[in-house]
Design a protein around this ligand. Structure first.
Ligand code: NAI
Ligand code: MG
Length: 354
C-alpha cells in the first residue's frame, strides 16, 4: 500500500470551492486497494495574511518539505495587493523547491468548443513546457534619473547553461515519451542578440542526445501566430520563462478557457515536492456561489497522480472527466451549462464509480 502525503492549500476565493472537488476525486480513487492519501490542510491565504501579517509562517516551506506533493487552489483577494500574495506564497514555493518546470497541457477535451473555428480535439493536443526559475524574470536591473528626460531602466535576462540544460532535457524526454517525437522551441535570436543565441546553442547541444526527436525552431512572434492558425503542428513546445508564460496562456485560451486549464510546477527530483495548481486565480467575481468550474482542478489532480506514479488512477480519472464533458449534459456556466460546482463533481464521481 502506497500512501502519498499531500499538502493541501485551498487558498482564497474559488480555491476554497474547487479544491474540495479535487480532494473528493482522490478520496474516491483511494477506495481502491493499493492507493492511499494522507492530506494535511494549510490555511495559508489572504485571510491568513489579514490575521497574521504574512501569507504563510516562516517555517511553511519546512512543513511542505515533509510532503510528496503540494495541491494549491488559488491565492489572491481584493484587499491584499497581488504582489503580496504572489511573492508571499507562490513564488517562494516555486523557487525554493526549484520547481523549474512549468507544465501546461493544451488539449481540447471531448465535447468542448474551441475559440478557434472548426477545430476539434484531434487538432489541439500539445504540451507547453515553460522554464520556471530564471530567464527574463530576474531581480537584476535598476533605474536612474527618475523624473528627468534622461530617465532610464535596465532589466537583465539571466539564462544559465545549467538552467537551460535541465529544462531542455525535461522537454526532450517528454517529447520522447509521446508518439509524435516532435519538439518546437521558442526563440528570438534574430532580435535579442546575446541571451537568445546562447539559448539556441543549448537546444542544439541537447538535441544531439535525442536523435529520434524532430526539432523545430520558431521565433516567438510567428510561434504565437501558429498556435492560432496551426495548433495541429505542435506536440511539445519549450520556451524560456517569459515566452513560456505567454504561450501557456495563449494555448489554453484556444482549448476551452481558464475554467478547464490545469498546470504543474515540477522538480523532477522525487525527494522534493512538486506543486499542482489550476491556471486560474481566485475569481472574486464568482467566489462563494458554488458555480466555479472544477475541471481545471480535477485535471490538475490528474497531473499530480501522474507525477506520483499513479498512472492507472490518473487515466481512470481523466477518462471519467472526458466522458462527462463528451456527454455535455452536466457542465458549469462558463461552458454554457447550468450545473453547480457540486453537481458537476457529483456527476463525475458517479461516472468514476460506474
Ligand atoms: P481569475 O483566473 O481569478 O479570473 C478571471 C476570470 O475567469 C473571472 O471572470 C473568473 O470568474 C473566471 N474564472 C476563473 N476561474 C474560473 C473557473 N474555475 N470557473 C469559472 N470561471 C472562472 O483571474 P483574475 O481575476 O485576474 O485574478 C483574481 C485573483 O486571483 C487576483 O488576486 C490574482 O492575483 C489571483 N490569481 C492567482 C493565481 C494563482 O493563485 N495561481 C493565478 C491568477 C490569478
Ligand atoms: Mg501567466
Amino acid at each position: 500500500m502506497t500512501t502519498h502525503r499531500i499538502a493541501v492549500i485551498p487558498g482564497d476565493g474559488i480555491g476554497l470551492e474547487v479544491t474540495p472537488a479535487g480532494i473528493r476525486c482522490l478520496e474516491a480513487l483511494a477506495k481502491r486497494p493499493g492507493l492511499n492519501f494522507d492530506f494535511t490542510e494549510f490555511p495559508y491565504s489572504c485571510e491568513y495574511y489579514a490575521k497574521h501579517g504574512q501569507m504563510m509562517p516562516d517555517d511553511a516551506l519546512h512543513q511542505f518539505r515533509e510532503h510528496d506533493a503540494i495541491l494549491l487552489g488559488a491565492v489572491g483577494f481584493p484587499g491584499v495587493p497581488d504582489h503580496v500574495s504572489l511573492w508571499g506564497l507562490l513564488l517562494p514555493i516555486r523557487r525554493e523547491f526549484q520547481q523549474y518546470v512549468n507544465l501546461r497541457p493544451v488539449r481540447l477535451l471531448r465535447g468542448l468548443t474551441s475559440a478557434l473555428r472548426d477545430r476539434g480535439p484531434e487538432d489541439i493536443n500539445y504540451l507547453v513546457v515553460r522554464e520556471n526559475n530564471e530567464g527574463e524574470y530576474s531581480d537584476i536591473g535598476g533605474r536612474i534619473y527618475d523624473g528627468l528626460p534622461e530617465a532610464m531602466a535596465i532589466q537583465a535576462t539571466v539564462i544559465t547553461k545549467k538552467g537551460s540544460e535541465r529544462i531542455l532535457d525535461y522537454a526532450f524526454r517528454t517529447a520522447q515519451s509521446r508518439s509524435r517525437k516532435k519538439l518546437a522551441y521558442a526563440t528570438k535570436s534574430n532580435g535579442i542578440k546575446h541571451s537568445m543565441p546562447f539559448w539556441d546553442e543549448q537546444v542544439e547541444a541537447i538535441a544531439e542526445r535525442y536523435p529520434d526527436i524532430h526539432v523545430e525552431q520558431y521565433h516567438i512572434d510567428i510561434l504565437a501566430a501558429n498556435f492560432v492558425t496551426h495548433p495541429d503542428w505542435f506536440d511539445v513546445v519549450v520556451g524560456t520563462n517569459l515566452f513560456g508564460d505567454i504561450l501557456s496562456d495563449l494555448g489554453p485560451a484556444t482549448a476551452g478557457g481558464i475554467g478547464v486549464a490545469p498546470s504543474a510546477n515540477i522538480n523532477p527530483d522525487p525527494s522534493i515536492p512538486s506543486m499542482f495548481e489550476p491556471v486560474h486565480g481566485s475569481a472574486p467575481d464568482i467566489a462563494g456561489q458554488n458555480i466555479a468550474n472544477p475541471i481545471a482542478m480535477i485535471w490538475t489532480v490528474v497531473m499530480m497522480l501522474e507525477d506520483l506514479g499513479e498512472q492507472a488512477a490518473a487515466d481512470d480519472l481523466m477518462g471519467a472527466l472526458e466522458n462527462v464533458t463528451g456527454e455535455g449534459r452536466v457542465l458549469t456556466r462558463d461552458l454554457g451549462g447550468t450545473a453547480t460546482t457540486t453537481e458537476f463533481t457529483d456527476r463525475l464521481l458517479a461516472e468514476l464509480k460506474g
